[in-house]
Design a protein around this ligand. Structure first.
Ligand code: URP
Ligand code: ZN
Ligand code: ZN
Length: 459
């Protein structure tokens, strides 16, 4: 049955207008005034923003990490995302050092198949670049639609690659039309500081923060940008937190190089003072939360277009998992839960507090991730022929975040008690009402894997 959204304010990255949206099958059929469709189910969107479904390009579901697994799996994670208006996520496959990318892909497919509520794609994290891995890059891009390759300059001894591997990977990814993304912090410096603090008996969560000072991120960001400039590969820095790192992106721009940057909602709203609390482990993530001056720099960079994406780096762990590091900060599994609330947090604190426009909101939560990662215009906008991934958001409804009411599989909220203005009321995924007023209307398995295009240079 066709679906007709009437009387809403349709917003894309470029437009803002009163219009109706007609959906047929999985796609948008028409956008216009006073649309009519025989037999259509009509959704009244009066007073609502009608927005593209969110795309969160940085989540970790059911991921083996630091001796445990992130606590949201493909079922709970994609459903929680839908509740908060995120219709597509890009998750990470981690290559095991010594094994192939194909082996990693098959392992991750086994965990994911049949379990998705929302749509999902993968970045391939290359943790061991060698002659064999090199041959697989083309195959991943052309056969599997996995066009982005994640690298870690940190997590020494586990995920980190060296600069020789980085340059080799960059050359190969560039040759086949992909993009290299990076966790840009200096793993050797961090390792030195972690060991120093441990040797001094400084073991509380505060020392997680003090082991990753701003310079560790700024240095690696500059080094990555230089290697990307040398190889010419499209380059994207994940979870940027601080002014020092931003300045290296600005330096690259001054030599006419484009380095794309993502920040995450927590770096805009939370700061390092949380590490002094008794339950500071809740916010142990890498890179760590930073200072108020960094928040100001990041908001400014979003406004200026230096930061193009606001993601979550959703990597939740139960409190019992966080307690693995109760006697030693270096054993606390890194990551925090946010997949469900990125859209509402950014709308409330960004749009409603007039830090960004609603068009910019759409740009950084949906359109830019779709463009950068080869999904546009299929996803990331409301356009004729696009996937009908659409949310209705009431800009005035007030609500309070809490672990008691969220849908993520984690027993705390990093934003407990925070009052927001602006709530996602209806979520449509490829033409199906997936969630309406909190009620789930699709079944597990409805979500599908998104094969992505080569990087088009659209952004
Ligand atoms: O603390 C974090 N960010 N955990 C997930 C892995 C990563 O570095 O993105
Ligand atoms: Zn990371
Ligand atoms: Zn991450």
């Amino acid at each position: 049955m066709p679906l007709l959204i009437k009387n809403g304010t349709v917003v894309t990255a470029a437009d803002f207008h009163r219009a109706d949206v007609l959906i047929e099958g999985e796609h948008v059929k028409a956008i216009g005034h006073d649309l009519k469709a025989e037999g259509a189910e009509v959704i009244d969107a009066k007073g609502m923003f009608v927005l593209p479904g969110g795309i969160d390009p940085h989540v970790h579901l059911d991921m083996p990490f630091m001796g445990t697994f992130s606590s949201d799996n493909y079922e709970t994670g994609t459903l929680a995302a839908l509740h908060g208006g995120t219709t597509t996520v890009i998750d990470f496959i981690l290559q095991t050092q010594g094994k192939s990318l194909r082996h990693a892909l098959e392992t991750w497919q086994g965990r994911m198949n049949g379990n998705l509520y929302g749509d999902l794609s993968w970045h391939m994290a290359v943790t061991d670049f060698n002659d064999d891995t090199k041959k697989e890059v083309k195959e991943m891009i052309e056969q599997e639609g996995i066009t982005s390759f994640k690298t870690f300059m940190a997590y020494k001894g586990a995920l980190m690659i060296d600069d020789r591997q980085m340059v080799g990977l960059m050359n190969e990814v560039k040759a086949h039309g992909g993009i290299v993304t990076v966790h840009a912090t200096n793993g050797d410096m961090i390792d030195f500081l972690v060991q120093k603090h441990r040797a001094e008996g400084k073991l509380s969560p505060l020392y997680h923060y003090l082991s990753q000072p701003e310079i560790t991120e700024a240095e690696a960001t500059g080094r990555f940008a230089d290697m990307a400039s040398y190889t010419g590969v499209p380059a994207y820095i994940v979870h940027m937190t601080c002014e020092g790192a931003l300045n290296h992106v600005r330096d690259a721009a001054r030599r006419n190089q484009r380095v794309l940057a993502e920040t995450c909602i927590q770096y805009l709203l939370l700061d390092a003072s949380l590490y002094e609390k008794a339950d500071g482990a809740k916010w142990v993530m890498s890179p760590p939360l930073r200072e108020k001056k960094d928040q100001a720099a990041l908001w400014g960079a979003i406004d200026q277009g230096t930061v193009q994406v606001v993601a979550t780096d959703h990597c939740p762990f139960m409190m019992a998992q966080k307690a693995m590091g109760s006697a030693d900060f270096s054993k606390i599994p890194n990551g925090h839960p946010a997949i469900e609330h990125r859209m509402e947090l950014l709308f409330s604190e960004g749009v409603n507090k007039k830090r960004i426009t609603v068009n910019k909101f759409v740009e950084v939560t949906a359109t830019n991730p779709a463009k950068i990662f080869g999904m546009f215009p299929r996803k990331g906008t409301i356009g004729i022929g696009s996937d009908a991934d659409i949310i209705l958001l009431d800009p005035n409804e007030r609500h309070t975040l809490s672990a008691k009411t969220h849908h993520m599989n984690v027993d705390y909220s990093a934003y407990e008690g925070m009052e927001l203005t602006g709530k996602v009321k209806t979520v449509i995924l490829r033409g199906q009402v997936a969630v309406h007023n909190g009620e789930v209307r699709i079944k597990k398995g409805y979500g599908s894997f998104v094969k992505r295009n080569k990087v088009s240079g659209m952004l």
